[in-house]
Design a protein around this ligand. Structure first.
Ligand code: GRF
Length: 203
C-alpha cells in the first residue's frame, strides 16, 4: 500500500504510523509526507526516517480550488493508494474529497458524531462529559461526518484540564490510527456507498 500522509503540525500521529511500519505492524510504505506549513514539526520526523517530504503552502494559492488541484495532482503522480490526514488543518473542497473518496481517512479527537470541529477537549469538559475519545473515519465532503471506521474511548476525570485530556486522547490516537491503517493495508476495511465494510461484509 502506497500511503501519502498530510500534516500541518507536530506529526505525532505520523510518527505512530512510521513506527508501525518500521516494526512491521503495518504493511505499507509512506511515499511522501506533505505539509501545508513549512514549519510543521512532522516534516523533520519524516526526514529523520528517510521519507520524502514536500511543502505545498496554502498561502501561495489564491483560491482553495487551486490548492486542492495542486495537491490532487501530486497525489496522483505519487500513485498513492491511501491518503492519511494526520493533523492536516486545511479543509479540503468537495471536488478533492470526491476524487479521493474511499482512499482518504482522517483522525478526529472526539467520539463522532459528537463534537465535530475544533476545540473538542474544551467543549467536552465544559459539557461535563464523562467520556471522550478519538475516531478514525473516511472523509466525505461534509466536515467530520464521514463513516467511522473505529473509535477509542478515554475517561474524563473531574479535575481534567483540556491539555491533560488532550494528552490522554492523543495517546489513544497513536494506538488507534496505525491499526486502522493496517486494516486498510490488509484489505480488511473499505468504504462502499459511504458505509464502512469490514471483511467484505456491510456493517
Ligand atoms: C490530533 O489531535 C488529531 O486528532 C487532529 O490533529 C491532531 C494532530 O496531532 N486531527 P499530531 O500532529 O499528529 O501530533
Amino acid at each position: 500500500l502506497r500511503i501519502a500522509v498530510l500534516i500541518s503540525g507536530s506529526g505525532s500521529n505520523l510518527q505512530a504510523i512510521i513506527d508501525g511500519i518500521e516494526t512491521g505492524e503495518i504493511d505499507a510504505t509512506i511515499v511522501r509526507v506533505i505539509s501545508n506549513r513549512p514549519g510543521a514539526g512532522g516534516l523533520e520526523r519524516a526526514r529523520r526516517h528517510g521519507i520524502d517530504t514536500e511543502v505545498i503552502d496554502h498561502r501561495q494559492f489564491a483560491r482553495r480550488a487551486d490548492y486542492d488541484r495542486r495537491l490532487a495532482g501530486r497525489l496522483e503522480a505519487l500513485a498513492a493508494d491511501l491518503v492519511v490526514l494526520a493533523g492536516f488543518m486545511r479543509i479540503l473542497g468537495d471536488a478533492f474529497v470526491e476524487r479521493f473518496e474511499g482512499q482518504l481517512i482522517n483522525i478526529h479527537p472526539s467520539l463522532l458524531p459528537a463534537y465535530r470541529g475544533l476545540h473538542t477537549h474544551e467543549r467536552v469538559i465544559a459539557d461535563g462529559q464523562r467520556q471522550h475519545g478519538c475516531s478514525v473515519h473516511y472523509v466525505i465532503p461534509e466536515l467530520d461526518a464521514g463513516p467511522v471506521i473505529a473509535q477509542a474511548v478515554v475517561p474524563v476525570h473531574a479535575d481534567d484540564t483540556p491539555a491533560r485530556l488532550e494528552d490522554r486522547v492523543r495517546a489513544m490516537e497513536h494506538r488507534l490510527y496505525p491499526r486502522v491503517v493496517q486494516w486498510i493495508a490488509a484489505g480488511r476495511v473499505a468504504m462502499a456507498n459511504r458505509s464502512v465494510v469490514f471483511d467484505g461484509q456491510t456493517g
